[in-house]
Design a protein around this ligand. Structure first.
Ligand code: S3P
Length: 154
């Protein structure tokens, strides 16, 4: 599997779809898998809470990573779950790295992303950086103009 990780707003879905097309592979966004099964992510956070969302996310990622070969995009917080980090071992994992400032500028005020409204967003961003680094086999600059070519993934 080729897996894209990184903070919200890094462009994982856009890059993942382009990469999948280039490689002739299916593209799976695990947020879409969760939403297809359980409804909109913001609703899951509101009604069941983040811990429940993380459980559903772990299930979706486990199934996707044991399914057919694909380019897979994970939600920005997936790496916070230790079991998800374990599941990523042995896969090609691209960290699409972005600064918090650039991510926020791209995202604006997006009600579909509940974690954006966390009181401790900067701390969560900081805490995630070493986790992305831990799982990544490759790092790409999310703001790079020629991202797809720079990736050199075959
Ligand atoms: C989250 C990121 C979202 C989604 C959920 C939680 C996070 O995915 O999984 O809203 O904790 O950063 P994107 O990174 O695709 O926005």
């Amino acid at each position: 599997m080729i897996v894209l990780v990184g903070f919200m707003g890094a462009g994982k879905t856009t890059l993942g779809a382009a990469l999948a097309q280039r490689l002739g592979l299916p593209f799976v966004d695990t947020d879409d898998v969760i939403a297809a099964r359980h409804g909109p992510i913001a609703d899951i956070f509101a009604s069941a809470g983040e811990a429940t969302f993380r459980d559903l996310e772990e299930d979706a990622i486990r199934e996707t990573l044991t399914g057919p070969q694909a380019v897979v995009s994970l939600g920005g917080g997936a790496v916070e779950t230790p079991a998800v980090r374990d599941l990523l071992a042995g896969h090609e994992v691209i960290w699409l790295r972005i600064s918090l400032q650039d991510a926020l500028a791209r995202l604006g005020d997006d009600p579909s992303r509940p974690v954006l409204n966390s009181a401790n967003l900067a701390a969560r961003f900081a805490a995630r950086q070493p986790l992305y680094a831990q799982v990544a086999t490759k790092i790409a600059d999310a703001m790079s103009a020629d991202l797809l070519d720079a990736l050199d993934v075959t």
